[in-house]
Design a protein around this ligand. Structure first.
Ligand SMILES: *Cc1c(COP(=O)(O)O)cnc(C)c1O
Length: 424
């Protein structure tokens, strides 16, 4: 990597990047629909919607217009002691859209912090009810819930770098997802032994995203709901990745017909335009905080909580979901991904091909040269970011069939070329 400051580096410390060896990053100057335009004029078809956020494609005119109008009126005002129409509108909409009595919305600026708030809510729920000792979260292998210290403690131990940071955060309870009867029994036993220490179970429903796009069936979630009830622990669903249509329903939990006690939302909440997250609680959770005692209140409050521009963007995004047939588009993307990724299964080095909703995954035996693979994808004029040993697509729901074919064809080509192996 160049240390020449004219490239804009090393002043910009990039995410998840070894700055010594990283190739110079590409410079994006403009976006439109599912296209990212680079400084040198190249146009890339975007296959991952900027970390799964831009569900309506980039620069959707309705979101742009609504944010513009709100910017004229009031870009921001603190939520302490004041509310505003965008946050009222969004809260009403989320409560109506979410299943059951998930009606009480607490806003933050990022997914990780939304999960931290859910953790605090769950722990204090028991404290407020006079139950002591329930301070731990039960989470699952291959899970991902964020990058902050508290959320690292509930990520997969290897990916969450538990050993590197040992001692820097509390130890939680780790389990395997109850995918079969033996694992259901194991979790049942674990909860019987340790539920007095556990405030809540937390899981990403249907898809463990950043842990490797690993799917599970809706009945796994139904079992978790049963076990949580049986052992009297709360159930938190982290729908930060799956929320807003990605798995084929507005929320993944709908496919299992369950209602969690707390749900976390972010990523596609504002259609990929502004930083916003929500932690939404059911009535019984909210009511545990209603008290004459000030210490029973939820003590959390980000400076930019429920920023009016971000809430407006989220409302505009939900309006688009009402007007345009996004879930039909997800179904169409799903069949096209199935058809067009399936041929990869026969290629050397491919371990698995899987599709769920608008998520397509090609899992390789290993990716030996990540930088070479990334460069090969860009050479095909697509923006796709493989990680671990997977190449995946999570496009905008508005992507055209032709653009999607360009993405799947590029993936087939780079695998055929062996671009994931170290150059000879
Ligand atoms: C991305 C993600 C987070 C963290 O969100 P940030 O906004 O990056 O902090 C948490 N949980 C899940 C399931 C995610 O996909």
């Amino acid at each position: 990597m160049s240390t020449d400051i004219s490239t804009g580096l090393p002043q910009i410390w990039l995410p998840y990047t070894q700055m010594k060896t990283a190739p110079t990053p590409l410079v994006a100057t403009r976006t439109e629909g599912t296209t990212i335009v680079l400084e040198d004029g190249r146009e890339l078809v975007d296959g991952i919607a900027s970390w799964w956020t831009a569900c309506h494609g980039y620069n959707h005119p309705h979101i742009r217009a609504r944010i513009g109008a709100q910017l004229e009126r009031m870009p921001h005002v603190m939520l302490g002691g004041l509310v505003h129409e965008p946050v009222r509108d969004l809260s009403r909409r989320l409560a109506a859209l979410l299943p059951g009595d998930l009606d009480h919305c607490f806003y933050t600026d990022s997914g990780s912090v939304a999960v931290e708030v859910a953790m605090k809510m769950a722990i204090q729920y028991w404290i407020n009810r006079g139950v002591t000792g329930r301070k731990k979260l039960l989470s699952f292998r291959d899970g991902y819930h964020g990058d902050t210290l508290a959320t690292m403690s509930i990520c997969d131990p290897e990916e969450g770098m538990h050993s590197l940071f040992a001692g820097a955060f509390p130890e939680q309870v780790l389990a395997d997802l109850p995918r079969d009867e033996a694992l259901v029994d194991a979790l049942d036993t674990l909860l019987a032994e340790r539920n007095h220490e556990i405030a809540a179970i937390i899981v990403e429903p249907l898809v463990q995203g950043a842990g490797g796009m690993i799917f599970h069936t809706p009945d796994v979630l139904a079992r978790l709901r049963v076990l949580a009830d049986k052992h009297d622990v709360l159930l938190i669903l982290d729908e930060i990745f799956t929320g807003f249509g990605r798995t084929g329903t507005m929320f993944a939990c709908e496919q299992a017909g369950i209602v969690p006690d707390i749900i976390t939302l972010s990523k596609a909440l504002t259609g990929g335009t502004m930083a916003l997250a929500a932690t939404v609680a059911r009535r019984h959770v909210f009511e545990a905080f209603l008290s004459d005692s000030p210490v029973a209140a939820l003590m959390h409050g980000p400076t930019f909580m429920a920023n009016p521009l971000a809430c407006t963007a989220a409302c505009a995004s939900l309006e688009i979901f009402e007007r345009e047939s996004r879930l039909d588009q997800v179904a169409a993307i799903s069949s096209q991904l199935c058809e067009e990724l399936e041929p990869c299964r026969a290629l050397p080095g491919v371990r698995d091909v899987r599709v769920l909703g608008a998520i397509g995954v090609v899992e390789l035996d290993s990716i030996d040269d990540m930088n070479r693979l990334k460069a090969a994808l860009v050479a095909h004029d697509v923006w796709v970011r493989p990680f671990r040993r997977i190449i995946y697509l999570t496009p905008a729901f508005t992507i055209t069939p032709d653009a999607l074919t360009k993405l799947t064809a590029a993936i087939q080509s780079v695998i055929r070329e062996g671009a994931f192996r170290r150059a000879a």
